[in-house]
Design a protein around this ligand. Sequence first.
Ligand SMILES: *Cc1c(COP(=O)(O)O)cnc(C)c1O
Length: 865
Amino acid sequence: MKAIRRFTVRSVLPEPLQPLEELVLNLRWSWHPETLELFESVDPDLWEATRHDPVRLLGEVSPERLSALTGDRRFLRALGDAVDDLREYVTAPRWYQRLTDAPTAIAYFSPEYGIAAALPQYSGGLGILAGDHLKTASDLGVPIVGVGLLYRHGYFSQSLSPDGWQQERYPPIDPAGLPLTLLREADGTPARVGVGLPEGRTLSAQIWIAKVGRVPLLLLDSDVEENDPVARDVTDRLYGGGTDHRLLQEMLLGIGGVRAIRAYSRITGNAAPEVFHTNEGHAGFLGLERIREYIEQGLTFDEALEATRAGTVFTTHTPVPAGIDRFPRELIERYFGGSNEEGSLPADRILALGAESYEEGDPAVFNMAVMGMRLAQRVNGVSELHGHVSREMFGGLWPGFDTDEVPIGSITNGVHGSTWVAPEIIDLARRELPDIVELGRGWEGVEKVPAAEIWRIRRTLRARLVEDARRRLRESWRQRGASEAELTWIDDALDPDVLTIGFARRVPSYKRLTLMLRDPERLKSILLDPERPVQIIIAGKAHPADEGGKRLIQDIVRFSDDPAVRHRIVFLPDYDMALGQSLVQGCDVWMNNPLRPLEACGTSGMKVALNGGLNLSIRDGWWDEWFDGNNGWAIPSADRADDPDRRDDIEAQALYELIEDHVTALFYDRAGEGGTPRRWLEMVKHTLASLGPKVLAGRMLRDYVQELYAPAAASARRLSADGNAGAKALATWRHRVAKAWPAVSVEHVESTEAGKTPHLGTRLTVRATVQLGELRPDDVAVEVAYGRVDDHDALVQPSYLELSEAEDLGESRFRFTGEVPLDRTGPFGYSVRVVPRHDLLASRAETGLIALPPAPIGMTNGDLR
Ligand SMILES: *Cc1c(COP(=O)(O)O)cnc(C)c1O
């Protein structure tokens, strides 16, 4: 019989062991090796059996063992030390506490979080990044409050059918069996937030708190009694259900999330956030709730929009159209209009925020990324290349501006070292290079670490991965129906001394899981090479609705089922953080072959690099930025081939060649001391020295604080001071400028040097006559854009110089003038533009308004000598 309810009975810890509870309830254990060792020592076998889940461990440990521990002085001392260490960790001042004028608190909203394997609330890169963001914020003392949803079934667990088809299971989680506590009012009743739905219904949620070191993570859970069955299931699964379901999840995350933050501040006295960070479009409705709050304080919609935008940061995470959230317009109308319309938030204003109001936009669609950009004054992509691609993709929102000027920047992702780096590597660093561990500098010292020492650790990690892979393989084959007698081959599957390539990721088509199968015979000969064999370990989940992705997995599984190769290539089901850790630590090479430029950043290769592995990847995302020719291999991209099949052929060929001629050659060339691969280890050292300082999430978080959070807080303060005077002024100004803009034009431009051959080092005086209509000269910036021009007279990465007002010519016409330095030889050109100017704007392009001269003017293609 199936149980209708499931819950976890926790054992009552004897008094001397009570501090274990405090340790378990702070997820810092997930990246703190000493605490993990302490848990292990509670009961080593049970620790393995519970897959390193301390809540389950304490739930299942026998009373006899617990009472033995109460008399174990060494254990009690270690317990005391661990608790002291945690208390010190969560209270001592850190990097952030030395900053001045930094935001008092930052709210971070994300639909998924990958904190620990025991808290399965993530599907892939977006969630893992969010988890690493919170952990790093904690390490640096950044006062973030995370907001997300608690999915009762998380993402799915993956297994395989006998013929290699992905099977999904959704085991329920029991919040009481997780390191979570319920947010309660002072009288002990669980706090509630509600979101209004059409026909007078309400979607209620309770709020679980996960402690991520110093950072509280609030997780909204709609499985509460007062909800109707539909509302109750809103937080059932991550990325499950239809469009309506998805919209309800996002309303709860965004609107309910802001309300949860308010409840949390009210109950705990935590400072109200000055900055709201929207991690991907899914959380975008938070901006609407903040607008509503400002309207409640007496602002108009437009003023509230200014105040909200100033303190909002939006990060876009994917250039893949299917990854961008879009809802049918009428669905938004149904949920935000009709009986559910709030007078202060008219549905048409909301619809306008998500409208694809640009060429090629779909008028029937509400786009969450577009809304994210309209609701945030600061927007970024997650690698330099992705920033560029995003400026191209969303450039239509700022028509008239060159791609380079579209106000979307980038901060390249990073990874949380203590989560992903093997303890052996961290110990080696502590011994040899303490500055790296303590101060985050001194990476160049890596060159001096004995190569044999690195090689010894690499073998340990590879052997551990092989053990783990065999265990998982056996489990998978049993699930597929094999009997023990058929599985003896697994004892010898994989080899701790063979070059090990890892390939693990979600399975959307752009990641090309099966590119390596393009020429199966060639792959076989690479795997089975008698002198230089290769083994490949593969993992990845396809979205449950993605039949194509499941077919790719099946292709891989079928290939690796072949007795001729099954000891050299394996597919391990249920890719999660635990398997991820094992892979990134144990693999020698991390292979990544997405269709450039569709991988926004990618982070797993960074984890591998920090563990002394090497990357073999298409130049996409972060690898495009930091590959330097010596820290791994770049698979050449055939992005000019128009036929996708041909492109796959070319890139697969290149991949095989790299493995055959370079990767294996280097790995098996054992010319070094004691039979070590000398040149390989040089490359490993160079990888650590060159990438170490860049790929850690500490760099990423400092970038976010300095480039986005602190400026956003400064803007928000300026707008909210004196009863929101700045917000009111900016809204009035923006309205006035937009209304007057059609009359603004550049009438005439002239320069002194026209006609003569200009020389390097001289200056060009530019004079522009502009018509400003109702505007005043200080409402605008008149700028000359100048620099190199290409064959089509387009300025290439121009410089800008603001002209100054010289003369009032009457009838709203003004002459502006300035001197352009002729500082480079070759083809040179310039143009002039008028853009709105206000010191509360974050970029020149922000309003999307621009006036350009009617026809090409200036001295294009003039040759400077
Ligand atoms: C690091 C990680 C990811 C993200 O990796 P990508 O490089 O973006 O594919 C996804 N899942 C798990 C389990 C990870 O550890």
